[in-house]
Design a protein around this ligand. Sequence first.
Ligand SMILES: Cc1cc2nc3c(=O)[nH]c(=O)nc-3n(C[C@H](O)[C@H](O)[C@H](O)COP(=O)(O)OP(=O)(O)OC[C@H]3O[C@@H](n4cnc5c(N)ncnc54)[C@H](O)[C@@H]3O)c2cc1C
Length: 649
Amino acid sequence: MTEKKQGDRAIGMGSAITRRDFLGSALLGSGAALLQGLTPAQVLAARAQAGNTPASDWNGYSGIGDYAGSNGNTWEVLTAGHKLRDSVFEEAVGSAIETGETYDCVVVGGGISGLAAALFFLRRAGPNATCLVLDNHAIFGGEAKQNDFEVDGQRLTAHQGSAIYFVQYPRSFLAQFYDSIGLKNPRLEYQKWGGPGPEMTIGRTPYDSAGMSSGQYGFWFGAQFGKKPGVWQIDPVGRAFAQAPVSETTRKELIRWYSGDAEKAAPFTHPKYEGDTVSRYLDSMSLEDFYIRQYGLSREFIRTFLSPDLGGGAGLGADALSAYSDFAFEMLHPSKDEAEAVQMFPGGNTTIARLMAKTLIPEAISGDTTPEGVSLGKVNQGALDRKESRARIRLGATAISVQHEGAAEKSDFVTVVYAAGDKLFRVRARSAVMAGGSWTTKHVVKDLPTAHQEAYAQFFRSPCMMANVAVRNWRFLAKMGITGCRWFGERVGNYFELRRMATVGNIARTISPDSPVVLTLKVLYSYPGLSTEDQGNKGRREMISTSFREYERRIRQQLTEMFSDAGFNGERDIAGIILNRWGHAYLSPQPGFYFGKDGKPAGREVLRAAPFGRIAFANTDLAGSMDHRFSILEAERAVNQLLDQVVTL
Ligand SMILES: Cc1cc2nc3c(=O)[nH]c(=O)nc-3n(C[C@H](O)[C@H](O)[C@H](O)COP(=O)(O)OP(=O)(O)OC[C@H]3O[C@@H](n4cnc5c(N)ncnc54)[C@H](O)[C@@H]3O)c2cc1C
């Protein structure tokens, strides 16, 4: 047996649950290096030539339940998207199959923004109005989806992307919207401590760093710091980073930042509303420069320790982002006690997307229109796209062309062509909402005016991979006395954290070190020093060209290196791994994105100001903040524009 094979066996490669449905993957196990320098399309072609079927090599295991087969952007979604970008369909558009359908509105994109647009349209456009939602995935929800595992008889659920929501002021538009879709009690109940031993500090979301204040948090310093094996610093703030293998200067910076002293010493008055003087000041500089100027941190410190998580988690180096990106989400003020206001369903905002789908089409999911109901209920694929329904959701459908029939200002209809499988279909609509996001909309709307094209050219999106790792228990963490941890450098992700699940649906009522849990590793690709666009492209190349098997190996190796001393055994303890690859996960706003630059208006303002002909624009990226609340608000604005300015009787 080769050394590599022995190593693979030791870390548990080949264990049942992750191998079940992609057995051909060994061929490309070490292929990533050979694929460097190729474009994503060439990488895909090379993989196909090597005999690796996409499902076996790239998608990997995808869990059970409604979301099996729809983990992130699957190979099928990605391939159709790249064909759209590369104009592969262009010649065939003219001969698309005519479905004979005409809708009052076609919505492109079945994420939270698209579902909200369909709801607003049907609620406001009159009792006979019709709406078709097209989405390229196997299930609706966009980035608001979940993964389900079954581990030792217990159902485990974790978010694929969109995770937290806030309790809004009860009279607010958003609170009333939540109420209208069945989210009537947004304050959830969470798992209780199930012992044995004293209760450990566990937050409600993967972003709380809950253990930091109680000393139950660890920082791991590995090869990047010259440590192999790596070393742990448990309770980093309480113990003043004494064990961290860093210079005295860096130690002082670590203490200053993570104790909160840096922010206390230089209090900053946050912007109060979008467009005020403070927000414009912030948008005039990079986030990295702001942190240096405001808190006196060094560039190197920011790049080594803070970079990928800044800017609302946009994923890129802080040098590539507008400083305002760190504050944009604060402009929708939730209820006063912010910590209390943060909530999360077991599968994140999936539950909100499911409530929306069920409100649109009551038979779409079995059970009640409540969080509990849609969590326990099953999606009825057959009910989503029924002829007799005013609302229809068509899945596995990539819109490739939306175009006015004749000149935009005079036309009464748009023609929409979409690809499903290897066929193209055509429908007509009196109006359209483009809710799919900047990276596809700019290719899909064929008659987009130059000003709109230039506006979309200011949108850059960065990749993110959410790796959900189901473990049979977390005794190894309890033994170390931690509930969350952080690490640095070119590894898979930067942190993970246990969370007490909201007890909605099929979720155990207590949590203890013996409980199976999902560890979510958020993998961001930041390359400080490169431009916003180049950082995104480089990250996408890296994410696309790495096979499931290779990521699985890296994750297993990493967890083994970090936790084997505490009793972790990859072969025994890892019950499953699901990768959710989002090629265009986050909008990454560069300086000037929000309020314009050099006297020119911000691109997003051009797109939000008015519809273009019969087409209005939505998606959270127009707000410059990746937050489902903005997805809803942008959808409302787009639909109102259509109803006020476009649709006539
Ligand atoms: C890793 C991650 C974590 C996040 N965490 C949070 C969080 O904690 N809280 C929060 O509020 N937000 C979070 N977000 C932000 C998230 O983007 C929003 O919450 C929300 O889900 C976005 O909804 P959307 O409809 O605007 O966009 P999307 O969810 O991207 O939906 C657009 C849909 O349209 C599809 N589409 C695009 N082009 C086409 C086409 N041509 N034809 C057919 N379909 C198309 C897309 O594939 C997608 O399904 C997170 C995002 C990511 C990536």
